[in-house]
Write a protein that binds this ligand. Structure first.
Ligand code: C2E
Ligand code: MG
Ligand code: MG
Ligand code: MG
Length: 277
């Protein structure tokens, strides 16, 4: 009897796994067709200077409007796009679309780049070609890279990022402090911005350790001449803390949610931002 029971359990798991993999195969096919049938859109989220309240740029965030499933957020399909290699084509589309939007608005755009894109031999050339094609000044483009993207092929990534920095493109380290963060990374790679992970800003109001970490990252940024941006700022008191601690820039729902066009209107009144802490 015990044997039968475990057999049926195996069957149950197997059935679930079959469903899951069928689902993935279907989604993979859909992903392939999504570019040509124009199901991807970019939303843009404002980034601002915490002292002047002025907009400093906008981050491009991809959304997939699936014909049957509706809106799919990037965390649910970017990993699949990376595994299948489709991220190359999708990433090219994201770069081209973002550069066009930046050229049209004159606002600096920040674009997320995955490890698979970065470690391809001609990545820096691709970016350069897209800049030329869109007539965008390299200073209006910033690439956001996570640390996991840098450990896969350190030499290749370093080479690509150095050429891009030499062109005048900004390089941000995304989600800093989450995952495999090491301070050595800041010395090795030519970053122009540190984006402190939302995990720290989320706890600023209640957690002295989070404030201590913010303070240390701000000091690192000052010493290394790298701009520090706090991600996920949702409340006025979080903003007050990061200003007090000398953080340069902020991004988060307090300023605005990701929206369909690059927009310099904030959710929070500019006047309120300009008042002293
Ligand atoms: P990320 O680059 O760290 O982007 C920030 C994420 O935090 C976005 O989620 C944004 O909507 C969300 N966010 C912004 N402000 C707040 C806030 O105040 N509170 C909270 N709770 N969340 C906030 P989203 O758009 O779902 O993107 C998730 C991740 O997907 C991104 O994280 C990025 O790693 C990846 N991603 C997005 N677009 C692209 C893309 O075009 N290419 C690649 N390779 N990855 C992308
Ligand atoms: Mg990002
Ligand atoms: Mg981030
Ligand atoms: Mg993230």
């Amino acid at each position: 009897r015990a044997k039968n029971q475990s057999d049926s359990r195996i069957c149950f798991y197997k059935k679930e796994m079959d469903e899951a993999s069928r689902e993935r195969v279907a989604l993979r096919g859909d992903l392939k067709r999504a570019i040509e049938s124009k199901q991807f859109v970019l939303n843009y989220q404002v980034q601002a200077c915490v002292n002047s309240g002025e907009m400093t740029g906008a981050e491009a965030l991809i959304r997939w409007h699936h014909h049957e499933r509706g809106l799919i957020l990037p965390d649910s399909f970017i990993p699949l796009a990376e595994e299948t290699g489709l991220i190359i084509e999708i990433g090219d589309w994201v770069l081209r679309t973002s550069c066009k939007a930046a050229a049209a608005s004159g606002v600096k755009v920040a674009v997320n780049v995955s490890a698979v894109q970065l470690t391809r031999a001609n990545f820096a050339h691709r970016v350069h070609a897209i800049l030329v094609e869109s007539g965008l000044s390299p200073s209006l483009l910033e690439l956001e890279i996570t640390e996991t993207a840098l450990i896969a092929d350190k030499t290749g990534a370093l080479h690509a990022l150095r050429s891009l920095r030499a062109l005048g493109v900004g390089i941000a380290i995304d989600d800093f402090g989450a995952g495999y963060s090491s301070i050595e990374t800041l010395r090795t790679f030519p970053f122009s911005k540190i984006k402190l992970d939302r995990a720290f800003t989320r706890d600023l109001e209640h957690d002295h350790q989070a404030i201590a970490i913010l303070r240390a990252v701000v000091a690192l940024g000052k010493g290394l001449n790298i701009t520090v941006l706090a991600e996920g700022i949702e409340t006025r008191s979080q903003l007050d803390i990061i200003r007090r601690e000398g953080c340069d820039e902020a991004q988060g729902f307090l300023f605005g949610r990701p929206v369909a066009t690059i927009c310099s209107e904030y959710t929070i009144a500019k006047r309120e931002l300009q008042t002293a802490v």
